[in-house]
Design a protein around this ligand. Structure first.
Ligand SMILES: *[C@@H]1O[C@H](CO)[C@@H](O)[C@H](O)[C@H]1NC(C)=O
Ligand SMILES: *[C@@H]1O[C@H](CO)[C@@H](O)[C@H](O)[C@H]1NC(C)=O
Ligand SMILES: *[C@@H]1O[C@H](CO)[C@@H](O)[C@H](O)[C@H]1NC(C)=O
Ligand SMILES: *[C@@H]1O[C@H](CO)[C@@H](O)[C@H](O)[C@H]1NC(C)=O
Ligand SMILES: *[C@@H]1O[C@H](CO)[C@@H](O)[C@H](O)[C@H]1NC(C)=O
Ligand SMILES: *[C@@H]1O[C@H](CO)[C@@H](O)[C@H](O)[C@H]1NC(C)=O
Ligand SMILES: *[C@@H]1O[C@H](CO)[C@@H](O)[C@H](O)[C@H]1NC(C)=O
Ligand SMILES: *[C@@H]1O[C@H](CO)[C@@H](O)[C@H](O)[C@H]1NC(C)=O
Ligand SMILES: *[C@@H]1O[C@H](CO)[C@@H](O)[C@H](O)[C@H]1NC(C)=O
Ligand SMILES: CC(=O)N[C@H]1CO[C@H](CO)[C@@H](O)[C@@H]1O
Length: 584
């Protein structure tokens, strides 16, 4: 017997001893409500489709492209902010929470969007940005001149040493996320107001019950319009500590410049316990609305880059319910291009180990604040990652363009729009800007990728659009990211993916595999070689997998096709290949 055969024999013996770990036992109630097994598709309205040729996407543009969501198999979408805003921070600076910005259209356009979407079976979620208003908001104008009742709508403080005007400094060292002091002086009140973001975005004072009520009323306004829920922005930053003490230096402050946000440890301006309590109150608003008005569940999804313990509190505290789900960003923040299979498994396990019982998991790969998946994790791995998040138990979130494997666009400092980067020094732009992941959707090979007829679009269209666009990827017979995505969304409707359990195992350093299993239904195995070399693995850790397996779905660059039969004990996976198989 040759050494090679011995090695193979030994490896096989070893493998037959390993058993994949069950990390989720499945749930018989996983699909008893519409949102529990949905893919939420994030539309960034500025960049989706421009209907009026001004270079900026709009609501009528979205309406004209809703069929794309249907084609992809999407049944729920959330729109980044479309509210009235001077646009200092891409619509996250809102001057009227109850109105649509004319850049995007009118209230009638939104009504139509909601109606058309509902007719097509698509739920519509709006962004809710309660962390601050625009300084153009009437409330701020009234607060600035101390109109009765509005004095404390925002966070006003006397300067440090305010009795010595020749020596006036901000109330404390708190910093804006975009760098420098978070305090802006207003002579009219001889006071500073607090802003976690730009100076044009004063923070609301949620310790004022009137503000709390105002914001609940805002939710009701949109519920009356027929929206199906809200994505709540920047949950970390609603409340600040009432003592207004200086924040300490960050542990790694030496890596930052003193004017950079990460220079300080934000123990008094983020993750205050009152933030969570606020989510619970908003849940009460949407639940009561449903009780009174009927209809299906209006969902709340929350956005926060907090630690896992805090994130899990978003779901509720055992007595009261909170968000239907807080976005799971750990797949974004804790994976890198060269993560091993075990690194990724740890990220997946972390969520399940902490998930309070009766709640639903979710997986987010990308959004408007992070480099695109194809850029961050490799375009060659884009299908593998789309498959991973779509086939895990629970909810998946797709950022527009991920279904065609869009990569970051190229944007220069001169063309830049993101205030986080544009208000900072030019030399930091490439590192800090979020413009790259916000470039227009690549519909086809015509001018501006079919996004707009304008001479100049708000951000430049990626030069890749001629080789990567939806039209090319939709052609019959081509293997493409989009065709993989369509097949995936069909596949995940199978009972096994909805109710089945999850068994997971690293089969090689860069080969991750899991099965989804459900009594009386087909078992499916997903195998993803995210590494850059081909390797042979065995599915023997999965007891329900048979000697030969049939390919159900393969990544666009895989040489395997649906129907191919493969030996599960000696499965050669090409670099970056991802496949779904089922036992014979
Ligand atoms: C799954 O169920 C088995 C048997 O009831 C139990 O022993 C195991 O702890 C469960 N695992 C998880 C991750 O819930
Ligand atoms: C305060 O500002 C509001 C909004 O600009 C204005 O309508 C109001 O007249 C002002 N009140 C005073 C006392 O200046
Ligand atoms: C406050 O002002 C007084 C003079 O009025 C000065 O002695 C003191 O140093 C100032 N403190 C700070 C921290 O600026
Ligand atoms: C859960 O939160 C509610 C509302 O804030 C509070 O009244 C209740 O005491 C909390 N329960 C637990 C177990 O912490
Ligand atoms: C292959 O992957 C390894 C680990 O991720 C990385 O260090 C190496 O640079 C890659 N090689 C190529 C040619 O991409
Ligand atoms: C697919 O494979 C071809 C040929 O090896 C390669 O040129 C191309 O970059 C690959 N594309 C992706 C998305 O991996
Ligand atoms: C677009 O550019 C062309 C050629 O420079 C010019 O004639 C036309 O007026 C421009 N159109 C708009 C809408 O700016
Ligand atoms: C698949 O599982 C579902 C849910 O447990 C069950 O209702 C159904 O009967 C199963 N299908 C088959 C073919 O047994
Ligand atoms: C698996 O496939 C091989 C090759 O086609 C075949 O020889 C073998 O009999 C199959 N095994 C089973 C259990 O069907
Ligand atoms: C987490 C976060 O930063 N969320 C948003 C809160 O508001 C700011 C400023 O408007 C946005 O830039 C953020 O995306």
């Amino acid at each position: 017997m040759s050494v090679l055969k011995l090695v193979i024999l030994f490896t096989c013996l070893l493998h037959s001893l390993i058993e994949a770990e069950v990390i989720y036992n499945g749930s018989s109630t996983a699909n008893d409500d519409w949102w529990k097994h949905t893919v939420f598709y994030q539309i960034y309205p500025r960049s989706f489709k421009d209907s009026d040729g001004d270079g900026l996407g709009d609501l009528n543009g979205i309406i004209s492209k809703l069929q794309h969501l249907v084609d992809a198999g999407i049944t729920a979408t959330w729109l980044s902010p479309i509210f009235k805003s001077p646009g200092v921070d891409a619509g996250y600076d809102i001057s009227d929470f109850r109105d649509i910005d004319e850049k995007f259209g009118t209230m009638n356009d939104l009504d139509r969007l909601i109606n058309v979407a509902h007719e097509l079976g698509i739920k519509v979620i709006l962004d809710f940005v309660p962390n601050h208003t625009s300084d153009q908001h009437l409330w701020f104008q009234l607060s600035k001149n101390k109109t009765k009742g509005y004095e404390d709508y925002f966070i006003w403080k006397k300067g440090y040493n305010s009795t010595a005007p020749w020596h006036k400094t901000p109330p404390n060292n708190w910093m804006s996320r975009f760098g420098s002091s978070a305090w802006e002086y207003v002579a009219e009140r001889d006071e500073y107001y607090f802003h976690q973001y730009t100076t044009a975005q004063p923070d609301l004072n949620f310790r004022n019950p009137k503000v709390v009520q105002e914001m609940k009323n805002v939710l009701t306004v949109w519920l009356d319009k027929g929206v199906d829920g809200f994505r709540i922005d920047a949950v970390r930053a609603f409340f600040e500590h009432p003592d207004f003490k200086d924040e300490p230096l960050a542990d790694d402050y030496e890596n930052y410049k003193p004017y950079e946000y990460n220079y300080l440890k934000h123990i008094y301006t983020t993750d205050q316990p009152e933030n969570i309590e606020m989510i619970y109150q908003w849940r009460e608003v949407v639940d009561n609305y449903q009780k009174q008005n009927g209809g299906e569940t209006r969902v709340l999804m929350t956005e926060a880059y907090s630690g896992i313990n805090i994130i899990m509190q978003h779901y509720g505290n055992g007595t009261v319910e909170g968000a239907h789900f807080p976005f799971n960003f750990f797949v974004i923040t804790e994976t890198r291009y060269d993560s091993t299979a075990n690194d990724i498994i740890s990220v997946i396990k972390k969520w399940f180990q902490n998930l309070p019982s009766g709640h639903v998991a979710n997986w987010v790969l990308g959004n408007h604040d992070r480099d695109r998946v194809a850029t961050r994790l490799g375009v060659e791995n884009a299908d593998g990652y789309n498959m991973l998040v779509a086939l895990l138990p629970g909810i998946a979130v797709t950022y527009y363009g991920e279904e065609i494997g869009m990569e970051n666009g190229a944007v220069t400092w001169e063309e830049g729009q993101d205030p986080k980067a544009c208000t900072g020094p030019k030399e930091d732009y490439l590192r800090t800007t979020r413009d790259f992941e916000r470039t227009p959707f690549q519909w086809d090979s015509t001018v501006n990728a079919g996004f707009s007829t304008a001479n100049k679009t708000w951000l430049p269209v990626s030069s890749q659009y001629k080789t990567n666009n939806l039209e090319l990827q939709s052609k019959d017979g081509v293997k493409s990211h989009f065709h993989v995505y369509q097949a995936l969304l069909k596949l995940r409707k199978e009972d096994t993916f909805v109710f089945g359990n999850l068994n997971i195992e690293a089969l090689d350093t860069y080969v991750l595999a899991f099965t989804r299993e459900l009594v009386g239904n087909d078992t499916y195995a997903f195998i993803f070689n995210k590494g850059n070399y081909s390797t042979t693995v065995s599915l023997s850790p999965f007891k329900s997998v048979t000697e030969n397996v049939t390919v159900v779905l393969s990544s666009s660059n895989s040489t395997r096709n649906a129907g191919d039969i493969l030996p599960s004990g000696r499965l050669t996976m090409d670099a970056h290949e991802a496949i779904v198989v089922k036992p014979q």
